[in-house]
Design a protein around this ligand. Structure first.
Ligand SMILES: [Zn+2]
Length: 300
């Protein structure tokens, strides 16, 4: 996964688009940030209010700040400021090994673009990656960690390679059962992950809309599967696009830890809720192992 020193963006990267769940037009600017500061969102479109105007709009990307994981990952701070659907941006930052950025957000949600991380990765690459004068410390998995929910689970085990084995099972439709091993040190695997789009099944759409979700969803930003048919006109980007997207979501959610994981990850039927529980379990294991802990520096 590249350099052993921390990085930030070389210049500002700006993006605009529709939010998948809110349907709102959203704009973000990704700015350089000092070494050790991590990934911090800043809601620039809301009135900070409160006793401390600056702190109240800052939302640190940490597993502890997740307040929602229903079809997307939502972060909030203690002042009630929140930002939704952060997972593909978090994955883009992970795949580019970007450690420290401020994400200025104008709107409630990170834009969905085509449902993949392609646009974000391309824009961030264009802004450039700048190395910083501080060491990047991976989270080394020293002992197995396993989180399960019925027939779903995620487990971490010690390894000197960064790979993810992942399996999904939608046996009753086009998606079927897919399993895959991705090696995060391989650029070709990172490219496949980057271009894998969000998907949903047509029979879920009404329920999701009733739940106030996917108000911005369309065939432009999601693969929609109806039984054994794909409703989108375009072909899949990859025969394994569905499982690749689940891996992308997992990578994004785990990057809430703010550091790469050195170890093997095996995920069976993961989803945002399980991903976040897994990130919290890893976070707790770091805090229980003082020699590996690196306190997240305050940004404000
Ligand atoms: Zn996703």
């Amino acid at each position: 996964m590249g350099a052993a020193t921390q990085t930030t963006v070389n210049a500002q990267a700006q993006f605009a688009g529709i939010g998948l769940h809110t349907g709102s037009e959203c704009r973000i600017s990704i700015l350089p940030a000092p070494a050790g500061s991590g990934i911090v969102f800043r809601r620039c479109d809301i009135d900070p209010g409160g006793a401390d105007n600056r702190l109240s709009t800052l939302i640190h990307a940490t597993p502890e700040n997740v307040v929602g994981s229903d079809h997307g990952t939502r972060l909030a701070n203690g002042y009630g400021a929140s930002v939704s659907t952060v997972e593909h941006l978090m994955a883009a930052l992970a795949l580019l090994s970007l450690d420290n950025v401020i994400v200025d957000v104008y709107g409630p949600e990170i834009p969905i673009f085509d449902g993949s991380a392609d646009h974000l990765v391309a824009g961030l690459k264009q802004a450039g990656v700048k190395t910083q004068d501080a060491e990047r410390l991976p989270i080394v998995i020293g002992a197995p960690i396993r989180i399960a929910d019925g027939d779903r689970h995620i487990e971490f085990s010690p390894s000197d390679k960064d790979f993810i084995d992942i399996e999904i099972d939608f046996g009753d439709c086009l998606i079927g059962r897919q399993s895959l091993s991705v090696d995060l040190s391989r650029p070709a695997d990172r490219d496949r992950l980057t271009s894998a789009r969000t998907f949903c099944r047509l029979h879920e759409v009404d329920g999701l809309r009733r739940a106030g979700l996917i108000r911005g969803g369309s065939l432009e930003n999601s693969l929609v599967v109806d039984g054994h048919d794909l409703l989108n006109d375009q072909d899949l980007h990859d025969p394994h696009e569905f499982v690749l997207h689940k891996a992308l979501d997992l990578i994004g959610d785990l990057y809430l830890l703010g550091r790469p994981i050195r170890g093997a990850i095996r995920a069976v039927r993961p989803g945002h809720s399980l991903n976040v529980r897994a990130a919290l379990a890893v976070s707790r294991s770091i805090n229980a192992t003082p020699q590996e802990a690196r306190p997240l520096a305050a940004t404000a």
